[in-house]
Ligand binder design. Sequence first.
Ligand code: KG4
Ligand code: ZN
Length: 363
Amino acid sequence: MQNTSEQRLLVLGIETSCDETAAAVVVRDGEAEGRILSNVVRSQLAEHSPYGGVVPEIAARAHVECLDTLVAAALAEAGVTLADLSGIAATAGPGLNGGLVVGLVTGKTLALAAGKPFLAINHLEAHALTVGLTDGLAPPYLVLLVSGGHTQTLLVEDVGRYRRIGTTVDDAIGEAFDKTAKLLGLGYPGGPEVERAARAGDARRFPLPRPMVGRAEPHFSLAGLKTALRQRAEAAAPLSDQDIADLSAAFEAAVCDIIVDRVGRAMDLSAGSLGEGARVLTIAGGVAANKSIARALAGLADARGFHLAVPPAALCTDNGAMIAWAGAERLARGLTDELDVAAKPRWPLDPGAPAAIGAGVKA
Ligand code: KG4
Ligand code: ZN
């Protein structure tokens, strides 16, 4: 396929890898100028919150029920038809298989019916490229991806060229927030609840460990922190509101310290690839909404001479615009996919990355 990098590209993006059904239309004008024409998201929070986590079967069914309406809404809001599109992009992985199949089959069907190129998008790549859409930033840059399912530092060398620096050897950070909230009797999703409770808390009352901090390898570990928190909570039970606030504050402070240390290590390890000019750190994933973490990262970026680019919260959490944008970036480079591409529940961005020590390493 010819290189279309100078053309105006109009791409529909579909996202169904977890508990958000999303569709969006994005335009890419010439060299990496991006604009969102529509960005429709339907969260399945209400369906999953009674279970305190995402239930795969419920997620897949909920995607089926609303995806066609969302795609129609995204096209209508953008004021375009299928015929106007340059390409159709859908998340192919990583994520929950049932949901991925729903989005992928929908995207392929639309591409076939409209005779448009199809783009099978890696969800992690879409998070990593968002800063190009929101801030017009081009690689190389460093990304901290922190969500309910992922915790990793990534070096984006170019579109399609990623080097994973660090990952978690056990829980994802968002997952740790969710488990902490459950333990403390707070609601789901746990991140915003823990953050709210922490505001009234004293982080010094309950000392908690900072696993991996200071270690040479750049990985994350949350399991020991979670266990220590549970022990402190059990010892203090029954918990008063102040106990919950203090435990939340202690947990959040420990996570901030872990993130600052681990991202600092990723900065050391990617220094050679980032060059001497303006170095950029960006953040993606739902945990990016946490104000204390954002403040801690701003301090780190300042100290290390990095520019911290934080996309708006709606573009840090799962959305269709990031899928459409990643699709446009790939389409501009002729990186289209065949219609027989399969869903990939596990799809590391950097298959060559050495496995982190420990069990249960996340993609
Ligand atoms: O990216 P996201 O919306 O979905 C995926 O996991 O893919 O991230 C959701 C995660 C949840 O674990 C949630 O508890 C966490 O992000 N989160 C937060 C905050 N808001 C959402 N964690 C800490 N502080 C927050 N304010
Ligand atoms: Zn995500």
